[in-house]
Ligand binder design. Structure first.
Ligand code: PLP
Length: 939
């Protein structure tokens, strides 16, 4: 038989599916659809606009043509995006390696030590280079990092002022995103040329400057930092990490915060992304950092172990009081950047920085007299009155993209890939554009650029950055780290709400092709017809799938899609004169990002109760609507709910809100339960975000990248985010199409599945979740079910009663699963003391059964504890996970070594996963916060 791509993507084959459906108690997938979904929303239309399914090889050919139609020019546009030479060992063993890209966010640290170590290296790299003590493990891009820096300054500072002062020479896209994010929070942005060291009159809570500036100018910001501090304002400096190998880092100049991007450390420009932004602070502000922070702690045997630190700051726990809504970050790209630094080491980075600077200096010498700023690192601003357009056109004809600043100015940025030939070609493009009286390009130099090397402190001295400079060493380091982790290449990752499905190789292949990877986000549009075609196709396909009218692919994660969608709602109300609509209703079961995003757009969060059966309590909703009447802006629901159930009253819920003048936001993270079966844009939603890194096969990358498109009905379309290069466009990220280079993944998925494949995937995911629910119910009761006792694409296993009776906790079960070689399901979300299992359509019956077997065996172990065979404090569950090292030497536990590591029910033929550390003490690490590589003597 010839197998289609859908047959490869969907785990269970025909016979297996029949067995699954049999247990579920339905005769066919169609019958399952009718049994599980409310008839009122069941709607198979929309997908007819999708092209018929193509094979893997057909799709690769189509993508190759699209990639070839793009022009890979020599990019010298700059503005925060630079060409970079990714070491091939990092391309093959990291960026294109499923052991790295299919991993999940390291919430189960015992089986995530590899990527946690890599992220700790990232944090160390950023803190070293910026002269700060603490960095988080990545922001979404430089512009959003600047916005997070802005709110951090406001949180951390003592000033009561609502004014932020920014230097004129910030990147234009940074300014746009700052104003998008400032406006709903009532922050007023004042822009001025601060290079003279003077501040404008008045009080400010913070000051934002950048080095080098958009113009390439290097300013010593010390006087501004001192003046700001005297005024009671804190200071954030945007800084280029490569430049910081040469110039004094802002942390040593008294800056409070540093932000920027790590793109040029080996991560291709990708027409805008993805790449890792960064944020770093001094120790006293560590608790104010948004996003994920890796820290060092100890395990049950007292050994050093890594885990996410200070998680109580995050939206999962703090919700509307969280420091930020950021959830999915840019882990995979942060790791690439960290490994780039490890591979080159301090001396290698210095050599690259000096070469880049020398190329810029050579151009400056050639253009003596027209270079505007004498102090530069890699970027020059050149004055050519009236001649800028012709210079840019001339350069373009020799394959080089320069930056057209205005009619009189050209920007030139050098990078790691700039050669002497490029320098010559750039100078030639100026040969006719130079005003008379200027020395002949190539004539006697008088501008040298001076020495910019003011940095005196060492950096990257830790063994992480001195031990892996050969390819053999790097190859083995990457392997050693990834061997410590459970990713999808080892076993299923049954994470409710996170949809860890297959990331097919054919979907992944194109992302590193130069035609997609090496295009600058601000390149002329005629350079990118292939990319734009992928983008328009996807916008159309996702509109059809969701039933909305328009889609923006700009948001870099689900949280950013939420932000963009809520912002659209806010602006819609304001435009209609509904200035009082400031209340956002959110059910108690919602994901933490919902409340955090609502707060960031200036909405007040009101929680709506859930009923005993998990559904939104419509009586409470009616009461809340009455209470807030004309203040109602919107409701944010998740569908199917985070309880894994298709609520039957969703249409009524939407109508109640609409009747009261509110808008309905449907969180689309659970779209894997809807594709091909129901469309949120048609059953009541006004706006949704989708998570392409969940439903649409972009891999999780160990915690990012993601893409969180926002989809709207036509009345909200005018409020979608605009072009970040246009001030006031309400852009939410630095690039118009966000993380454009990974969109081919989703494009390929939809193209290969076709309408029927997509629908079958959804139904198989629902079938598998119901199969697990039926088979595990007697061991771990399923908490919520809908009509006909059906769940949607995930199910919640309730351990609370078992825990109360036996003392065995969800933690114990989650960690014990690692001994069985499985990644734990989602723990204690959305209900504390439960596990949420989402098998997805990609797991075959054998793997589902293996997981069920492990869970059943664990239940039998719990019964042994209940029966008093093992004490609560010392049993294989509480002792889990078990390392190889813990078997050596003394063994004084009431269970054997065999039970510890080869428990009953574990098929030895599967291959044993050996966790690298034992149970980690998270609280210890939070009390003794260490967020960079510990010194050697700590090993
Ligand atoms: C994953 C998720 C989000 C957040 O998406 P990120 O990409 O991590 O920002 C929001 N809501 C729900 C229900 C989710 O599962």
């Amino acid at each position: 038989m010839t197998r289609s791509f859908a047959d490869r993507h969907i785990g269970p084959d025909r016979d297996e599916l029949a067995r699954i459906l049999d247990v579920v108690g339905v005769g066919s997938l169609d019958e399952l659809a009718t049994a599980a979904l409310p008839a009122s929303i069941l709607d198979g239309s929309g997908l007819e606009v999708l092209p018929p399914a193509a094979t893997e090889h057909e799709v690769l050919t189509e993508l190759a043509e699209l990639a070839h139609s793009n022009t890979v020019a020599t990019s010298m546009i700059g503005l925060g995006y630079y060409d970079t030479l990714t070491p091939p060992v990092l391309v093959r063993s990291l960026l294109e390696n499923p052991a790295w890209y299919t991993a999940y966010t390291p919430y189960q640290p015992e089986i995530s030590q590899g990527r946690l170590e890599a992220l700790l290296n990232f944090q160390t790299m950023v803190s070293d280079l910026t002269g700060m003590e603490v960095a988080n493990s990545s922001m979404l891009d430089e512009a959003t990092a600047a916005a997070e820096a802005m709110t951090l300054l406001r949180r951390a500072g003592k000033s009561k002022s609502a004014r932020l002062l920014i230097d004129d020479d910030l990147f234009p896209q940074t300014k746009t995103v700052l104003s998008t994010r400032a406006e709903p929070l009532g922050i007023e942005i004042v822009s001025a040329d601060l290079s003279g060291g003077e501040l404008p009159e008045g009080e400010f809570f913070g000051v934002l400057v950048q080095v080098p500036g958009a113009s390439g100018r290097i300013v010593d910001w010390r006087p501004v930092i001192e003046a700001a501090h005297e005024r009671g304002a804190l200071v954030a400096v945007g800084a280029d990490l490569l430049a910081l190998t040469l110039i004094t880092p802002p942390g040593e100049q008294g800056a409070d915060v540093c932000f920027g991007t790590t793109q040029r450390f080996g991560v291709p420009m990708g027409f805008g992304g993805p790449h890792a932004g960064y944020l770093s602070v001094h120790t006293k502000h560590a608790r104010q950092l948004p996003g994920r922070l890796v820290g060092v702690s100890v395990d049950a045997d007292g050994n050093k172990a890594y885990r996410l630190a200070l998680q109580t700051r995050e939206q999962h726990i703090r919700r509307e009081k969280a420091t930020s809504n950021i959830c999915t970050a840019q882990v995979l790209l942060a790791i690439v950047a960290a490994m780039y630094a490890s591979y080159h080491g301090a001396d290698g980075l210095l050599a690259i920085a000096r070469r880049v600077h020398a190329r810029a200096a050579a151009i400056a010498v050639g253009l003596d007299g027209v270079v505007v700023h004498e102090n530069f690192f890699d970027t020059l601003l050149v004055r050519v009155p009236g001649g800028a357009e012709s210079v840019v056109a001339k350069a373009k004809s020799s394959g080089i993209n320069l930056r057209l600043v205005d009619a009189d100015h050209v920007g030139i940025a050098c990078d790691e890939a700039t050669t002497e030939a490029h320098v010559t070609a750039v100078l030639e493009s100026f040969s006719t554009g130079l005003p008379s009286g200027v020395s002949d390009p190539g004539g006697v130099p008088s501008v040298t650029g001076g020495s910019i090397e003011t940095r005196t402190s060492e950096f990257l001295t830790h063994p992480a950055f001195t031990s892996h400079h050969t390819e053999t060493a790097m190859l083995r380091y990457l392997r050693r780290l990834s061997d410590k982790d459970i990713a999808l290449d080892r076993s299923m990752i049954p994470l409710g709400s996170c949809t860890m499905k297959l990331n097919a190789t054919a979907e992944m292949e194109a992302i590193t092709w130069p035609g997609f990877a090496r295009v600058h986000p601000y390149a002329p549009v005629e350079d990118a017809p292939g990319l734009l075609r992928v983008i328009t196709d996807l916008e159309g396909w996702l509109s059809a799938i969701t039933g909305y009218d328009q889609v923006s692919l700009q948001p870099n994660a689900g949280s950013q899609g939420e932000y963009a969608g809520l912002l659209a709602i806010r602006r819609y109300h304001l435009d209609r004169g509904d200035t009082h609509r400031d209340t956002c209703l959110i059910p108690s079961s919602a994901h933490g990002t919902n409340a955090a995003s609502a707060t960031m757009v200036g909405l007040r969060v009101e929680v709506v109760k859930c009923r005993e059966n998990g559904d939104v309590d419509l009586d409470d909703l009616r009461a809340k609507i009455a209470d807030h009447a004309d203040r109602l802006a919107c409701i944010m629901i998740t569908y199917p709910s985070t309880h894994g159930v298709y609520e039957h009253e969703v249409a009524e819920l939407c109508a109640l809100v609409h009747d009261a003048g509110g808008q309905v936001y449907v969180d689309g993270a659970n779209l894997n339960a809807l594709v091909g079966l129901a469309r949120p844009g048609r059953f009541g939603g006004d706006v949704s975000h989708l998570n392409l890194h969940k439903t649409f096969c972009i891999p999780h990358g160990g915690g990012g990248p993601g893409v969180g498109p926002v989809a709207v009905r036509s009345h909200l379309a005018p409020y979608l985010p605009g072009d970040p290069l246009e001030q006031g466009s309400h852009a939410v990220s630095a690039a118009k199409y966000g993380s454009a280079s990974i969109l081919p993944i989703t494009w390929a998925y939809i193209r290969m599945m076709g309408a029927d494949g997509l629908r079958k995937a959804t139904l198989t995911a629902i079938a598998s979740a119901n199969y697990i629910a039926r088979r595990l119910n007697e061991h771990f009761p399923v908490l919520y079910t809908g009509e006909n006792s059906m769940v949607a694409h995930e199910c919640i296993l309730d351990l609370r009663e078992i825990s109360k009776r036996t003392g065995v906790t969800v933690d114990d079960v989650a960690k014990r699963l690692a001994d069985y070689g499985f990644h734990a399901p989602t723990m204690s979300f959305p209900v504390a003391g439960t596990l949420m299992v989402e098998p997805t359509e990609s797991e075959n019956l054998a793997e589902l059964d293996e997981f069920i077997l492990a869970m059943t065996a664990i239940r039998a172990e719990i019964d042994q504890v209940a029966a008093g065979v093992w004490p609560v404090e010392d049993n294989p569950l509480r002792g889990a996970p078990h390392t190889a090292a813990c078997l050596v030497g003394e063994w004084d536990h009431p269970y054997s070594r065999e039970v510890a590591v080869y428990p009953q029910g574990l098929d030895p033929a599967r291959g044993k996963v050996w966790p690298a550390v034992r149970r980690i003490d998270g609280a210890y690490g939070d009390r003794n916060l260490v967020c960079s590589c510990p010194p050697l003597d700590a090993y």
